[in-house]
Design a protein around this ligand. Structure first.
Ligand code: BGC
Length: 766
């Protein structure tokens, strides 16, 4: 078998010629009449497919051999290999690198009867090799251009490695920081989440999907995974119709409206039905109401999980339920390939269900240009040139700086003075080159992030000393293995840290979560500083109070003690490859921080779920009494609200004006506000507009984000920012899932975060 087809990109015709596979075997199925529409081509192809071949297109396998090594002779891998050669595989995931992809693609197009190319999927979540900040961090930038660019770079690198489909963006809204996967999403708000979903889809898919450097996106996990009960992974979700439509679904709808090519369903159930088997979500809403023409892939073996959920009694029933419900492709579950053919042959599942799924899958393959050239993503020269390109490092550094949120800055401790300072750098994450890469970075190399120590070392006019003080974890760490948090204090290490702290002008402490403490299957019941870090922080505080706390984490943390005691706190998340450079440039003021939290930070775990767009309750505010909606041992307010973030300069809001105080539902309601930079530095501010519909047929949240603008203001400068509101922003989904607009009183709030705002009112008439 010829396993290497040479270095140039082959056209499909050349590939056929080289393999000697043409004529009868291909059955002339590769229609090359250029003017036929994709639709016609797909229909013709489907008309020639056997039931087995159709089910094959709905079957996705995980990568099963190392192409550069021997083909395994036995077991699962052997079976998959045989299936691939028979045309029983439509897609593979986790095969990457031009050589590997070329080889599986060659088998698909040359050795199978119909020669249908594979679509090659991979989790390109925040970059391929060059890593951007984790998605929740990028969301904190509120900079849609930067977010789109970051996805574009991810697509350029991934496509150069042979990949043409990413399992991103994750658009799950979540209000629960115990859930580890909040690191992968855009936070708690459906409006911001929808804008980000759109930007990411655009970044991955570009303007033309058939280009060699654009890839199909996948909005996941459809739907409501972020509402997993008690923040526990893979759990039950029980929410009402209004919450589903107003909070959970909008980012998915935005992705569909942005022409996202695929969606992934999920591991959770929703109101008693595991979503992989939900016709309501996949047929009625997605493919019905929203008219989605792409395809739905299951989550990893989630069709099989219908059995332990207690929804299907065996694989046969699972296959029937999932296919009927609209799950078009089975990710590594082997259920479709084992069961669907017979189910169709014995009349249990209609063949039209297969035709619909296959049509969707083949259409995306055509749109990607895979039928024109199945090897279009397999150019080794481009692979060398594109992956890790220095220009990509500049771009991810840019978005990393924009993702940082300044949480506290008492007495302007930051920015650091540029010379003559003794800086002590302390903490287990301060010289960590791995954790800042975050989770979901399967194609990047370990220990390739710039650490904070490396970043700060570039500023040569201060003296810098470093001691880790403690270790955060014990032993080796990996994406697939549980972490072991270190709980053994080594007093000599601690003492070394205290020594440098004592004589320093400023102590920079880098604490937070290990890169694999958030992400899939990383739910936590405590979200404070893990391990010995709080103890270390308090010990250092006793010898030097001038501390800048830099947080590295994948979720909101409960850091009430630090907020009370530490003068400066910087939320630096996990910022990817350029992490330490971004942190250093912010600490020294080369970049004036502009990030705003996309998720509420609670004071303590007991407040969760805590989110800004909550309902009023019937007893919202009666503090002098006992019987009102509150806790007896904690405030109702969060530690840091949604939308919050400081700058090294200050902004003043004034002149909030609603131009039509009595407006009709068909009006464009103009709202404006003046924002002034009242500090001593140029800076950027995210101007946020919230509404409250005061009385509704179903109760409305106390605030809902409905507009934002990222503006730049020179020191002393004032700008007027204008927003316009239409019924799209003023309406909502009711408890039957219908979108309605109700007349009556509305409040408008504008400010730099969700709690500190100016307010005015208007009346909406018919
Ligand atoms: C995750 C998905 C991911 C898939 C493939 C699953 O465990 O839930 O988000 O895309 O694996 O890696």
């Amino acid at each position: 078998m010829n396993r290497h087809l040479g270095k140039t990109i082959l056209t499909y015709a050349t590939a056929l010629f080289l393999s000697g596979c043409s004529g009868d075997k291909k059955d002339n199925l590769m229609i090359d009449t250029k003017n036929e529409t994709i639709n016609e081509k797909v229909n013709q192809l489907i008309s020639k497919m056997t039931i087995e071949e159709k089910v094959g297109q709905m079957n996705q396998y995980n990568g099963f051999w190392d192409v550069t090594g021997p083909v395994p002779e036995n077991g699962n891998a052997k079976k998959k290999y045989e299936h691939l050669r028979k045309g029983w595989v439509g897609s593979m995931l986790n095969v990457r690198g031009t050589e590997n992809v070329k080889e599986v693609q060659r088998i698909a197009v040359e050795e199978t009867r119909l020669g249908i190319p594979l679509i090659i999927g991979f989790d390109v979540i925040h970059g391929y090799k060059t890593l951007s900040p984790i998605p929740i961090a990028e969301a904190a930038s509120w900079d849609l251009e930067a977010i789109e660019k970051s996805a574009r770079i991810a697509a350029i690198e991934a496509s150069a490695a042979g990949i043409n489909w990413t399992f991103a963006p994750m658009v799950d809204i979540s209000r629960d920081p115990r859930w580890g996967r909040v690191m992968e999403g855009g936070g708690e708000d459906p409006y911001l989440g929808s804008k980000i979903a759109k930007a990411r889809v655009k970044g991955f898919q570009g303007d033309d999907l058939s280009k060699n450097n654009t890839i199909a996106a996948c909005a996941k996990h459809f739907a409501a995974y972020g509402f997993s009960e008690s923040g526990k992974e893979y759990n039950t979700v029980d929410i009402g119709t209004a919450t589903l439509h107003n909070i959970v679904l909008p980012p998915f709808k935005a992705a569909v409206e942005s022409n996202v090519k695929t969606l992934m369903n999920s591991f959770n159930e929703l109101n008693g039905v595991p979503v992989t088997g939900s016709s309501f979500l996949q047929r009625d809403i997605l493919k019905g109401k929203w008219n989605f023409n792409g395809f739905v892939v299951s989550d990893w073996a989630s069709i099989n999980e219908l059995i332990p959920w207690g929804h299907a009694k065996d694989k046969k029933e699972a296959a029937k339920i999932a296919a009927t419900a609209g799950s078009d492709m089975d990710m590594e579950g082997n259920v479709y390939i084992e069961e669907l053919v017979n189910l169709v042959k014995n009349g249990t599942v209609k063949e039209s269900i297969l035709d619909d799924a296959v049509k969707r899958i083949l259409t995306v393959k055509y749109e990607l240009g895979l039928f024109d050239n199945p090897f279009r993503y397999c150019d080794p020269e481009n692979e060398k040139k594109s992956i890790g390109n220095p220009k990509h490092h500049d771009a991810v550094l840019d978005v990393a700086k924009k993702s940082i949120v300044l949480l506290k800055n008492e007495n302007n401790l930051l920015p650091l003075k540029r010379s003559g300072q003794k800086i002590a750098l302390i903490g287990p994450l301060a010289n960590d080159k791995n954790s800042p890469l975050g989770s979901w970075r399967l194609a990047s190399d370990d220990n390739t992030a710039i650490s904070v120590f490396e970043g700060l070392s570039k500023y040569k006019d201060n003296s810098l000393t470093f001691e880790k003080g403690i270790d955060l974890v014990e032993g080796a760490t990996s994406f697939t293995q549980p972490l072991k948090i270190n709980n053994t204090l080594n007093s000599s290490e601690v003492n070394k840290a205290l020594q440098i702290a004592k004589s320093a002008d400023v102590v920079v402490m880098v604490l937070g979560e290990h890169g694999f403490q958030s992400g899939e299957a990383r739910s936590r019941t405590e979200i404070d500083l893990p391990g010995l870090q709080q103890e270390l922080l308090e010990k250092v505080f006793k010898v030097n109070k001038n501390i800048v706390l830099v947080l590295n984490n994948g979720r909101p943390l409960a850091i009430e003690w630090a907020d009370k005691n530490i003068p400066a706190i910087v939320e630096a998340w996990q910022l990817g490859t350029q992490s330490g450079n971004a942190v250093a440039q912010v600490l020294y003021g080369d970049y004036n921080p502009s990030g705003k939290l996309p998720m509420t930070f609670p004071r303590n775990i007991g407040q969760i779920p805590i989110y800004y767009n909550h309902k009023s309750t019937g007893r919202p505010n009666q503090e002098s009494h006992v019987f009102w909606s509150h806790y007896t041992d904690s405030k109702n307010t969060p530690l840091y609200p949604f939308g919050y973030g400081l700058s090294y300069t200050t902004f003043k809001y004034s002149n909030l004006k609603i131009h039509n105080k009595k407006a009709s539902v068909n009006d464009n309601i103009k709202v404006s506000v003046k924002v002034s930079n009242t500090g001593n530095l140029d800076g950027k501010e995210v101007v946020q507009l919230y509404i409250r519909d005061l009385f509704g047929s179903i109760t409305r949240p106390v605030k809902e984000l409905k507009g934002f603008e990222l503006i730049e203001l020179k020191k002393g400068e004032t700008k007027t920012v204008e927003f316009s509101l239409t019924k799209k922003e003023l309406g909502f989904y009711n408890s039957t899932g219908d979108f309605i607009v109700e007349t009556g009183d509305f409040e408008i709030f504008i400010g730099g975060n969700s709690s500190e705002t100016l307010k005015d009112t208007f009346y909406l008439t018919e």
